[in-house]
Design a protein around this ligand. Structure first.
Ligand code: SF4
Ligand code: SF4
Length: 374
């Protein structure tokens, strides 16, 4: 055991069983642990107690419209690619009561939600996901009006990132330059090696978490093994997307016949936007109780694929699936950059895996690029 904490930016090595020590330290510091676990036939994110809740020895197979869990032949802690959940469900919950109104004695009482802002420690944040959080930071915190609920949750969060050495069949973070190595913004970043975790210290809180644990400076062999694993992961990405001059390509092809073709397959089901870690559209609805005494104003995730979403001033500005799919894809890869200075796609591949008809954003871009593009 070491009483001192490693330096900021240091690479240290800890025995794999000491991951529980990190979890214990985080819990002592008041964090609620949220991490990968088996559930709903997939690897999802949920509250966890300790390492036993992790999907140790489990991996997955992902393709367009397909997800299957598979047993690995080793005991890898993080040997899977991202699943259907993303961290946005904790930072930007799918359903949130903004305020409620109660009728009492002939008058009204207005109340803000009373629950405390949770302090989450996110366990196993992948490179693409860290970038997705950075993208949502720009959306919710980057302008003159900041989203206060997101801000409070985000400021309290601890991020234990994990470098990707097991890209999935639909991943293309290397094309989007968001992975497989995690970028800045983490507190601690792990790379899973055979016997140990290589740990990079990214923040003062990360240092404090390691104080008292059995860490030692990482050796040259371990650093080389981690570099090699990530270089190999980059070569094994399931998908690639050519991004050169992409915004212009899309803007110049708004009438490309491919939009009609994809509209024949797209169900407008909204799945792609619900699983996407950067999509942020929402609606605000009133929910009243049956007695008519109480009502709540509730924010719920919405989607540019839903017909109601584009109903403006008595008419719908995107009545056809063709225009809704085109809006989604061109926003992700072109106008998002004009709006926020960064791509809205981080290459996580979720929209490909979880599309019920297997529509593949990389294939659609490729088709527009190669089939008679202007
Ligand atoms: S558009 Fe698809 S691949 Fe890109 S970030 Fe969203 S879900 Fe991931
Ligand atoms: S692209 Fe796929 S997931 Fe997205 S709305 Fe269409 S059918 Fe649903």
């Amino acid at each position: 055991m070491t009483d001192t904490a490693p330096m900021l930016g240091a690479y240290v090595s800890i025995p794999k069983e000491d991951l529980q020590g990190i979890f214990d330290a985080l819990r002592r510091m008041g964090y609620t642990l949220v991490g990968p676990t088996l559930g709903e036939g997939a690897i999802i994110y949920d509250e966890i107690e300790g390492v036993d809740d992790l999907p140790i020895g489990w991996g997955d197979e992902q393709e367009a419209g397909t997800y299957r869990l598979r047993r690995r032949d080793d005991g890898a802690y993080f040997g899977y690619a991202v699943g259907p959940h993303s961290w946005k469900k904790y930072l930007y919950p799918p359903v949130m009561t903004l305020f409620s109104v109660e009728r009492r004695n002939g008058t009204f009482k207005l109340a803000a939600p009373s629950e405390e802002t949770p302090r989450y420690a996110f366990i196993g944040v992948r490179a693409c996901e860290l970038q997705a959080i950075a993208v949502q930071d720009r959306v919710f915190l980057g302008g003159p009006y900041q989203e206060p609920h997101y801000k409070a949750r985000r400021q309290g969060a601890f991020i234990l990132a994990v470098n990707c050495t097991e890209p999935g069949g639909t991943c293309f973070c290397a094309s989007m330059r968001t992975g497989p190595r995690v970028g800045p913004g983490f507190d601690l970043a792990l790379t899973e090696l055979e016997e140990v975790f290589l740990v990079e210290v990214g923040s003062e809180v990360g240092r404090q978490v390691l104080a008292g644990l059995d860490w030692r400076p990482a050796g040259a062999f371990e650093l080389q093994a981690a570099r090699q694993a990530m270089a190999e992961a980059e070569q094994r990405m399931g998908r690639r997307m050519e991004t050169s001059d992409l915004p212009n390509l899309l803007y110049q092809n708004l009438e490309h016949p491919r939009w009609d073709e994809v509209a024949q397959r797209c169900l407008s089901c909204t799945n792609c936007t619900q699983v996407c870690p950067t999509c942020f559209c929402s609606d605000v609805v009133e929910v009243s109780d049956l007695t008519g005494q109480k009502t709540g104003r509730v924010r719920v995730w919405d989607s540019c694929f839903s017909l109601e979403f584009s109903h403006v001033h008595g008419g719908n500005i995107r009545p056809a699936t063709r225009s809704r799919y085109r809006q989604w894809l061109t926003h992700k890869l072109a106008s998002w950059i004009d709006q926020f200075g960064v791509s809205g796609c981080v290459g996580c591949g979720r929209c490909i895996t979880w599309c019920p008809v297997g529509i593949d954003i990389t294939e659609e871009v490729n088709a527009i690029r190669t089939e008679g593009a202007k």
